[in-house]
Every structure is written in structure tokens, then in C-alpha cells.
Design a protein around this ligand. Structure first.
Ligand SMILES: C[S@@+](CC[C@H](N)C(=O)[O-])C[C@H]1O[C@@H](n2cnc3c(N)ncnc32)[C@H](O)[C@@H]1O
Length: 178
């Protein structure tokens, strides 16, 4: 019988961020790792097993989210990460990462885009035909967005594709404030 309270009963789509948060809590023991998700029903029992890991139920588009990040980073700085973000969550991470004073950078691995940015990407993908996959176009679009929002010369933006990721969504855009 499946135990629904067990962390392994999470939808697989959420595994990357759960694993990333736990790994970061070990790799950066003197940093606080804060997980944010709008879904409060997420099962995150591992959070209690790490002293520097916490989970907050919050809509990342809300002003409450901005206040939460500002409160949690008072007297310090932060780096935002987003793994396999869908739709408008990727542009939102770029907005937060480039507008919050205490944010020194971000790492974003987008999944898909919707709305205008999504159809722009599909349009570019069609023009390029087989030369570049739609996902590569999506990653490039987010890189350009990050460079534009970061301001000329104020952020170093890089893209890497991690071939160790066991799936097609393996593009990582990183931005560092300089
Ligand atoms: C497909 S999953 C993302 C993949 C996940 N990061 C992973 O482990 O690879 C989308 C997640 O974003 C969350 N989400 C969607 N809209 C949100 C919002 N406005 N604010 C915060 N979290 C949101 C969902 O609850 C869900 O857990």
C-alpha cells in the first residue's frame, strides 16, 4: 500500500526542487535555504530534518512574497533558484532576482513558457526549423530577458546546458550582479 505522507509520494514534477533544497542545505551549511511554493499541501517532512531549511507557502507573484524575501534576508543577501519553472514563473524569478536589492544573483532552469513570450518562442522555433530546438529558443529568450532586466553591464548572465540532467529541460541561466 502506498503511504501518501511519505516524501516519495510527491508528484515527480516536484522532485527536482525538493532534492535541490536538501542538497543546498548540506552544501551551504551556514546559509538558510528557503523553499517557496503556493501549494501548502506539499509534503516536505525532510525540511524538519535540516536546521537551515524551511518551507513557506506563498504566491511568488504576491507582495507578501517580496516582503518575505526581504525579511528573511535582512542583514545579508540571497541567491534565488528556480528549477523547471513553468509559464510565467520564469519571468517572475527574473523580475525578483533583478529588482530585489539584497538579491545578488539567480539560477533559473525554465520548463515551458505560455502567453506572449511562449508564442514568440514557438514563432522563432518555427523560423529556425531544425537548427535549434524550441527549448533552446526558450532558454535563449530567458537569457535575453535576464540581460535586459539586469541592466547593461550590471549583471553577468550565462547559459549552460547540463548533460547530466536526465531529461530535455536542462538549460540553466545564471545571473550575477556585478
Ligand atoms: C511543475 S512544478 C515545478 C517543478 C519543480 N520546481 C521541480 O521540482 O522540478 C510547479 C510548482 O510551482 C508551484 N507554483 C505554481 N504557481 C505558483 C505561484 N504563483 N507561486 C508559488 N508557487 C507556484 C506549484 O505549486 C508547483 O509546485
Amino acid at each position: 500500500m502506498r503511504n501518501n505522507s511519505h516524501p516519495l509520494s510527491q508528484p515527480l514534477s516536484r522532485f527536482a526542487s525538493l532534492i535541490a533544497a536538501v542538497l543546498l542545505s548540506f552544501l551551504l551549511p551556514s546559509s538558510n535555504i528557503i523553499m517557496l511554493d503556493a501549494d501548502g499541501s506539499m509534503r516536505v517532512p525532510h525540511v524538519n530534518s535540516r536546521p537551515n531549511l524551511s518551507f513557506h507557502q506563498v504566491d511568488v507573484f504576491s507582495s507578501e512574497c517580496t516582503r518575505l524575501i526581504e525579511r528573511e534576508t535582512r542583514g545579508g543577501s540571497c541567491v534565488l533558484t528556480g528549477v523547471h519553472l513553468c509559464g510565467s514563473l520564469s519571468p517572475r524569478l527574473i523580475d525578483l532576482g533583478t529588482s530585489l536589492q539584497r538579491c545578488k544573483g539567480f539560477v533559473l532552469c525554465p520548463c515551458c513558457l505560455k502567453g506572449k513570450l511562449g508564442s514568440d518562442c514557438n514563432g522563432k522555433g518555427k523560423v529556425l526549423g531544425g537548427q535549434r530546438s524550441n527549448y533552446n529558443v526558450l532558454v535563449e529568450t530567458m537569457r535575453v530577458e535576464a540581460a535586459k532586466k539586469g541592466g547593461d553591464g550590471r549583471a553577468e548572465v550565462e547559459v549552460r546546458f547540463d548533460l547530466n540532467v536526465m531529461g530535455p529541460k536542462n538549460g540553466f541561466i545564471s545571473a550575477k550582479r556585478i
